[in-house]
Design a binder for this molecule. Structure first.
Ligand SMILES: Nc1nc2c(c(=O)[nH]1)N=C([C@H](O)[C@H](O)COP(=O)(O)OP(=O)(O)OP(=O)(O)O)CN2
Length: 326
């Protein structure tokens, strides 16, 4: 089990890239590091403040997303993974070892039904979603324009379609959709690293050519000690459970609904409670809460590979288990 702390910051800047007119962005960057949360927060803030309301071409010769992530990483005192977002649909991930992946987010609106779910399951009925899709590819081998070009014909095929009618998608679970997209994009996108499918605002699946990782999010409201003098504060927490594995005969790793149902007893102990009174909890920061949830939940769900807990839009922690850098 490995705890990774997360901090995030934003900056508003202008830049001009080779093919562009000068224009502005609201950038956000989140940093993920195993040690030194206070220093991570402070130095991330310092680095992003140095870019705020700046002409980025005065800072870097070619301030593309990957170069900006390198610039910020060089100003952090510890090894950190970064996720930089230059617009809602694009950005770059930079691992602590310098590996960089660009990402493009898009979506489509479609109808489907899942033919292999148990009788009475809501997803056996004809229904639909505004699906999100995120493509990740090596930054040194791909650019956003090439990803957009590769995605366009697939968008045309999926948007406003009945997914079950498309060849190869007779069982269109999030997992099968991610694998279907991977098969079609792999041939035309050298350096493709992963395909994410966001089925709802709270659930989705990643396929990286080898394994699936699904996630389900829930929110809970809780109190935590604020200082050493008996004062409490509270947060609306987000918990994101990740499960990794292969798909079964139903076409999923585990039903999102089952993940939620299995989490229910744990959820009941968190929601509308003071977290310092949970039996067995150590620290009540996000790291402590994520570790506590992982310990409670992992026994019944061997596919659990990561638990994220965020106390607001900026601050959180990940508890990484087997196969996720634990
Ligand atoms: N592993 C998977 N599980 C489920 C899939 C899937 O593709 N892979 N799909 C479905 C349904 O299509 C469903 O619409 C989405 O599931 P769920 O998250 O349970 O939906 P809700 O919006 O009802 O979730 P709440 O958080 O309870 O509002 C089911 N499972």
């Amino acid at each position: 089990m490995r705890i990774v702390h997360c901090a995030a910051a934003g900056f508003e800047s202008a830049r001009r890239l080779a093919s562009d007119e000068a224009h502005g962005h609201s950038f956000t960057v989140s940093a993920h590091a195993a040690t030194g949360l206070a220093s991570l927060r402070a130095r991330l803030h310092e680095a992003t403040q140095a870019l705020d309301y700046r002409d980025l071409n005065q800072v870097l010769p070619s301030p593309d997303d990957a170069a900006l992530a390198d610039w910020i990483a060089a100003r952090l005192p510890m090894a950190a993974d970064l996720v930089l977002r230059s617009a809602p649909d694009r950005g770059v991930e930079r691992d602590a070892d310098g590996t960089r992946r660009i990402w493009l987010k898009s979506g489509f609106e479609a109808a489907h039904q899942l033919p292999h779910v148990p009788a009475g399951h809501q997803c056996g009925r004809l229904h639909g979603h505004g699906f999100g899709v995120r493509l990740l590819a090596d930054a040194d081998r791909q650019d956003i324009a090439a990803l957009q070009a590769a995605w366009a014909p697939l968008h045309a095929q999926l948007n406003h379609a009945y997914l079950n009618a498309l060849p190869g998608l007779d069982n269109p679970t999030s997992e099968n959709l991610a694998a279907w997209l991977w098969q079609r994009l792999g041939a035309v996108v050298p350096g493709l690293r992963a395909v994410d499918v966001f089925e709802t605002a709270t659930a989705g699946s990643r396929y990286d050519g080898h394994r699936f990782r699904i996630w389900k999010e829930m929110r809970f409201e809780a109190a935590v000690p604020f200082d050493g003098h008996g004062r409490y504060t509270g947060h609306s927490y987000l918990v994101r459970l990740h499960l990794a594995g292969q798909v079964d005969a139903r076409g999923w790793v585990r039903d999102f609904g089952e993940v939620k149902a299995r989490f229910k007893p744990c959820y009941a102990r968190l929601d509308h409670h003071p977290l310092d009174q949970l039996p067995g909890i150590g620290a009540t920061d996000c790291a402590g809460i994520a570790g506590w949830i992982a310990a409670q939940f992992a026994a019944g769900v061997p596919e659990l590979c990561r638990v994220d807990v965020l106390e607001n839009d900026h601050d959180g922690a990940e508890c990484r288990l087997a196969g996720e850098g634990a």
